[in-house]
Ligand binder design. Structure first.
Ligand code: GLP
Length: 261
């Protein structure tokens, strides 16, 4: 794992956006895995700005979102589809045929999960997957106790997740989500976490045991997982100074031609 700690949330978000843009510039037909939540909003704002200014061209990119609430109609403002349309898709010139999000209101839920997995496979797999993290250790909607080998399926959301995402009584309880097994197949992963409220879960993810009790900890097995943090989210990492030392020396290590992680 590569732990990248930056002084402010703005710098952390900027670092993540820069890495996404670099990937797309290098490979215009990149398959991007996308996440939702407040953490992603700043990243999407920077991508939209760069797209509008012509600094990066997203027209060849294929996208797969991690998850979607189950139940609401597709155009319901609570869906991740609506979130993505407003914050990114309506502004960066993606080809609509190459945008993928699980259907929030499918005729057959199981069929929809299989279809989603097959679409990822058909696209050649995900090159770069963006991730946020829930306070209890979920990535996408793989809540605590999720199998670390699971594929796309329906999950029941925890009360914490519902409280973090909805006003009371909104009636959503379930989501279709890529499994940890699906996410681990992405060729590169960028997890971004900001603020003190994520400090505990980040220490469990990075320095705790790999456990279904904290599904994000499975990333310890990923060969190219980068964890981008602001100081507040890194606040409980015991080896914080070491991670900063590694990051500061990474360029030097690369220039003498050895692998640094
Ligand atoms: C939702 C999403 C997750 C995201 C999490 C964190 O639960 N399904 O993919 O990581 O929110 O959200 P935030 O960035 O708002 O803390």
């Amino acid at each position: 794992m590569e732990i990248i700690i930056l002084p402010t949330a703005g710098e952390a978000v900027g670092e993540a956006a820069r890495r996404v843009m670099e990937t797309v510039r290098r490979r215009p037909a990149t398959v991007l895995g996308l996440a939702t939540g407040r953490t992603m909003e700043g990243i999407y704002r920077l991508l939209v700005e760069a797209g509008r200014a012509g600094r990066v061209d997203f027209s060849g990119v294929t996208t797969f979102n991690l998850d979607e609430y189950l139940g609401p109609e597709r155009n319901d403002p609570r869906t991740f589809r609506s979130y993505m349309n407003t914050r990114l898709f309506d502004h960066i010139g993606l080809n609509p045929d190459r945008i993928h999000i699980p259907d929030s209101h499918p005729a057959d839920v199981e069929e929809e999960c299989l279809r989603y997995e097959a679409a990822i496979e058909k696209a050649g797999g995900i090159d770069l997957q963006l991730l946020g993290i829930g306070r209890e250790g979920h990535i996408a909607f793989n809540e605590p106790s999720s199998s670390l080998g699971a594929r796309t399926r329906v999950k029941t959301l925890t009360e914490t997740t519902l409280r973090d995402n909805f006003e009371e009584g909104e009636g959503i309880r379930f989501a279709i989500t890529m499994g940890i097994g699906t996410i681990m197949e992405a060729r590169e992963i960028l997890l971004v976490a900001l603020g003190e409220s994520k400090a505990r879960v980040i220490s469990e993810t990075v320095e705790g045991p790999v456990s279904a009790a904290c599904p994000a900890s499975a990333l310890q097995f990923h060969p190219r997982a980068k964890i981008i943090l602001d100081e507040a989210a890194a606040g409980r990492l015991e080896r914080r100074d070491y991670y900063k030392w590694v990051f500061a020396h990474k360029r030097e290590a690369e220039s003498i031609g050895r692998r640094s992680e």
